[in-house]
Design a protein around this ligand. Structure first.
Ligand code: PMP
Ligand code: GLN
Length: 383
């Protein structure tokens, strides 16, 4: 493995899903739903395959149907206007979108400010680009992990190239508020920074609302907004993602993507185009369903003795294991399948300073109610 990537090893998600498979434990580690997305959208994928749409290389930026659906969705949900021909790029999931954006925009020596705990691929992507990661840590405050705007401001140096944002935030479930986003935007404008904002959980907000950073003053042309079909439509295996940005930024990212994957798989793009046009009731029902699951798991974890940081968004809940007399989330997660037949993820892997993240453990609640109930009952035997 080359020197830049050597520190990263195997992702925690693969490790913990393998542990779940090996032990037969309930997998609340890796974030994927145990129920597939809408039947009509699966049918749309089958139709595309049968009708020969997308079975050969689709256009580099993505099929026009999907690019148009992405811009229509941005317009309908947030009032943001993008040109489907020049301001959208379809990618192999949000993972490729973030990777290609960082490779396109960050060079050796550039600093990238990332909210910590950070999604694991971010650190690897910044390293691939030769950049330097500058974490700004979200700290628990009255049960919620909060961004300290003074710390963010202090993290900017003359070498800062971009801010890598994520809201709703994995793993903490924090949803940045209007005031916080306005402050990030003002800072980006003042210091002339680009922002890559990962908004894959845009539809999974239970308290407050998701506000795209690109909608704030001065941000439209300095923001790359990333999302994907994985979370919103419960098709994490399809790996259809996209980004929206100014023509100059899309052109830059596209020049990287063409040498990573060239294009993304065709037939699913047509199906996701249909998914993005589902009525608002689809998105409302998804949110209502997951809100109830959040409450079920959060209450169960609290009853089992965890300190629970109830998330405002995403499908993850971060807990603190110290009330259980534990301090090391890694050891705790490795032992948990043996102890009670449940798999979770140690948040420490999302921190530069692992000690800081040590007491935090993440559980996913994108699972059937009966599965969550069983997990809660098993976790109840821990004390
Ligand atoms: N960003 C965040 C914050 C995530 O949690 C995930 C995980 N699913 C991704 C990106 C990756 O998304 P995709 O599966 O679309 O590549
Ligand atoms: N994003 C998912 C999570 O946080 C997992 C995706 C992956 O396995 N890379 O659990």
């Amino acid at each position: 493995l080359n020197r830049r990537l050597a520190p990263f090893g195997t992702t925690i998600f693969a490790e913990m899903s393998a542990l779940a498979a090996r032990t037969g434990a309930i997998n609340l580690g890796q974030g994927f739903p145990d129920t597939d997305g809408p039947e009509e959208i699966r049918e749309a994928a089958v139709r595309a395959l049968r009708d020969g749409r997308g079975n050969q290389y689709p256009p580099g930026p993505g099929v026009p149907e999907l690019r148009t659906a992405v811009t229509a969705h941005q317009q309908r949900r947030y009032g943001l206007s993008y040109d489907p021909d020049t301001e959208v790029l379809v990618t192999a999931g949000a993972t490729e979108a973030v990777a290609a954006a960082l490779l396109a925009l960050v060079g050796p020596g550039d600093e990238v400010i990332a909210l910590e705990p950070y999604y694991d691929s971010y650190a690897a992507n910044i390293a691939m680009a030769g950049g330097t990661r500058v974490p700004v840590t979200l700290r628990p405050h009255e049960g919620v992990f909060r961004l300290d705007l003074d710390e963010l401001r202090a993290a900017v140096t003359p070498r800062t190239r971009l801010i890598l944002l994520n809201t709703p935030h994995n793993p903490t479930g924090t949803v940045l508020t209007r005031d916080e986003l306005a402050a990030v935007a003002a800072l980006a404008v003042e210091r002339d920074l680009l922002v890559v904002t990962d908004e894959v959980y845009e539809h999974l907000v239970f308290e407050g609302e998701h506000l795209p950073l690109a909608g704030f003053p001065g941000m439209r042309d300095r923001t790359v907004t990333v999302s994907s079909a994985g979370k919103t439509f419960s098709f994490t295996g399809w790996k259809v993602g996209w980004l929206t940005a100014s023509p100059a930024l899309v052109t830059a990212v596209r020049s990287v993507k063409q040498f990573l994957t060239y294009v993304s798989a065709g037939p699913f793009q047509y199906a996701v185009a249909e998914a993005l046009r589902l009525p608002d009731s689809y998105f409302d029902d998804l949110r209502t369903d997951l809100r109830a699951k959040r409450d079920l798991l959060s209450e169960g974890l609290a009853a089992a003795g965890f300190a629970v940081h109830r998330p405002a968004g995403t499908y993850f809940v971060t807990t603190d294991i110290r009330p259980l007399g534990e301090r090391d989330g890694f050891a705790f997660c490795r032992a948990l399948p043996e102890r009670c037949g449940v798999v979770a993820v140690p948040n420490a892997v999302f921190y530069d300073d692992r000690e800081q993240g040590a007491p935090f453990v993440r559980f996913a609640f994108c699972k059937r109610t009966a599965v969550l109930e069983e997990a809660v009952s098993r976790l109840g035997t821990l004390k």
